[in-house]
Design a protein. Structure first.
Length: 401
């Protein structure tokens, strides 16, 4: 077995995922092309040595249809021998692409792969691809509910209040604003430019640093009408009869933001890196995926973390810092509650509540953030995990070398 080394990680800034956002004029193909060009140029990469390009993308329709990984590689001028594949594991697609690349490299079936993801949520709206997850009859058949209701159910079961979730969201905004002000993302963020070389977006534009608990308290819960008036809450009774009433606490201010963005991570074995004069920054120490109960759905980071640590022979105390995707405030809050993790080492520079969640790219972005943080803090090991629609969890541990 080889070891899967991480040589570099880049991402675009996150642009607001609506027509007025700075990246709305950029096709998703060009977003993915941009990070592939950056990873090549930063590392003087001979693209004929790249075995595959794996891209996560959730809404694979319209401009994000076909195989965006392959066409982005060709658009970036990669050697035609570099193959491409696009995958969808919902919110964890970007991390899943890294895990699949790591598995291929570690097994010896590939020497070098670029993994990452892309999502242009302003141009290809979430859910526009249709499918079972959006179909009410299918949800009834398989015993699932919309994610927002699941998030509120998770909060109710865990005793997480609206006030606590709002305070968590404000802290995410504070951390992200502080990180942006200090320029800590500059190491990995590659500004997006137009065809004339003029900058379209140089830094994340979604954060709202002036957010306060008082301001968030004025927002109406986003999923209360759906849950109560349309009877969705009642569907949860089949698995959670002990919950008399779901406390709907989530809204736009304490849930992840809709944004555009792309990311790429360069993964290979030590030998190919050495032959190309590249020094590894970290290695993939462990990875795992698991299913979880599909009504509660969003607690997936908890069982997958247990599975990963057991498989790797590690303890939670072996992890220096965590990136737990802030799909909804209750997700990282439940994770910290379950494992008694110090909030000071979770999402240190803020998360998707402040920065946004470009579905297919987020997992790769989180891994890049964790890598930069380990170097910034001179620490060794980080765990990255995301909850997933349909009831799943994916997690990865990286370790500096």
């Amino acid at each position: 077995m080889s070891e899967a080394m991480i040589f570099d990680a880049v991402r675009t800034p996150r642009g607001k995922g609506k027509p007025g956002g700075s990246l709305h004029t950029v096709r998703p193909l060009d977003l993915m092309t941009h990070v592939l060009e950056a990873i090549r140029d930063r590392n003087a990469l001979d693209t004929s040595r790249v075995d595959d390009v794996i891209a996560g993308c959730v809404t694979q329709t319209g401009e994000q249809g076909a195989c965006i990984a392959r066409f982005a590689a060709l658009n970036a001028g990669y050697d035609q021998s570099a193959a491409g594949v696009t995958l969808n594991r919902f919110c964890a697609s970007g991390l899943e692409s890294i895990n699949q690349a790591a598995a291929m490299v570690a097994s010896g079936f590939a020497d070098m792969i670029i993994a990452g993801g892309v999502e242009s949520m302003s141009r290809v709206p979430m859910g526009s691809d249709g499918g079972a997850i959006w179909d009410a009859q299918t949800q009834w058949d398989i015993g699932s509910v919309p994610q927002g209701v699941s998030a509120d159910l998770l909060a109710t079961l865990r005793g997480i209040t609206r006030e606590a979730a709002d305070a968590f969201a404000v802290e995410s905004q504070r951390r992200a604003a502080e990180a942006l002000e200090a320029g800590v993302f500059d190491k990995s963020v590659v500004p997006v430019k137009d065809r004339n070389g003029l900058p379209l977006l140089e830094r994340d534009e979604y954060p709202r640093p002036g957010t306060s608990v008082d301001a968030l308290a004025k927002l109406n819960p986003s999923f209360e009408v759906m849950g109560k008036q349309f009877g969705i809450d009642h569907l949860t009774k089949s698995k959670y009869p002990q919950v008399e009433s779901i406390n709907h606490i989530h809204h736009a201010g304490n849930s992840s933001g809709i944004v555009d963005g792309a990311a790429a991570v360069l993964i290979g074995n030590a030998e190919v890196g050495k032959s190309m004069g590249m020094k590894p920054r970290a290695k993939i120490r462990a990875l795992a995926a698991t299913g979880s109960e599909p009504i509660l759905m969003l607690d997936g980071p908890i069982p997958v973390t247990r599975k990963l640590l057991k498989r790797a022979g590690m303890e939670l105390s072996d992890i220096d810092l965590f990136e737990v995707n802030e799909a909804f405030a209750a997700v990282p809050m439940a994770f910290m509650q379950e494992f008694e993790v110090d909030p000071a080492i979770v999402n240190i520079h803020g998360g998707a509540i402040a920065l946004g969640h470009p579905l297919g790219a987020t997992g790769a972005m989180l891994l890049g953030t964790a890598l930069d943080l380990l170097e910034e803090r001179d620490q060794s090991t980080a765990l990255v995990t995301l909850c997933i629609g349909g009831g799943m969890g994916v997690a990865t541990v990286i370790e500096r070398v």
